[in-house]
Structure formats: C-alpha cells, structure tokens
Design a protein around this ligand. Structure first.
Ligand SMILES: [Zn+2]
Length: 75
C-alpha cells in the first residue's frame, strides 16, 4: 500500500460524507480509478454506511454490522 493510499483512506470518510473540498475530491476519484484496492474499500465503506442508515430506520438483525466489520478486517 502506497503513501497515496494512506492519504486517501484518511480522507475517505470525508469523501463519502461529501465534505471534501472539490479539488481533493477529484484527486480521490482519480486515485480510485487507478487503484482497485482503494476502490473496493470505498465501495465497501459506502455500502456499510447504507446498511447503518438502514439499521437506524428499521432494525437490522443483531450482529449484522459486526459481521461486516470483521469481513472488513479480513479484506
Ligand atoms: Zn490506493
């Protein structure tokens, strides 16, 4: 994993929240196009957020988020 990847992952949360400056956002999008592992990670984080949002509205099965978190650590 490169320094660029580390920098991206640090900002990923802001990026997914849409709180990145637009120039930073472009750098991240560019990196995601060139770096499948980071793209995979970004997709995963995005889906995790959707699930958490769903969990807040309805009630997801217990352990769902834990299961996702442990898969995240394996990837
Ligand atoms: Zn990367």
């Amino acid at each position: 994993m490169s320094d660029q990847c580390d920098a991206l992952l640090e900002r990923l949360e802001l990026f997914l929240d849409g709180e990145c400056a637009s120039d930073a956002e472009q750098v991240i999008e560019q990196h995601l196009q060139d770096c499948p592992p980071c793209l995979h990670r970004a997709d995963f984080e995005r889906r995790l957020r959707e699930l958490v949002a769903t969990k807040c509205r309805d009630s997801a099965p217990a352990g769902l988020v834990d299961g996702i978190m442990s898969r995240l650590q394996l990837s």
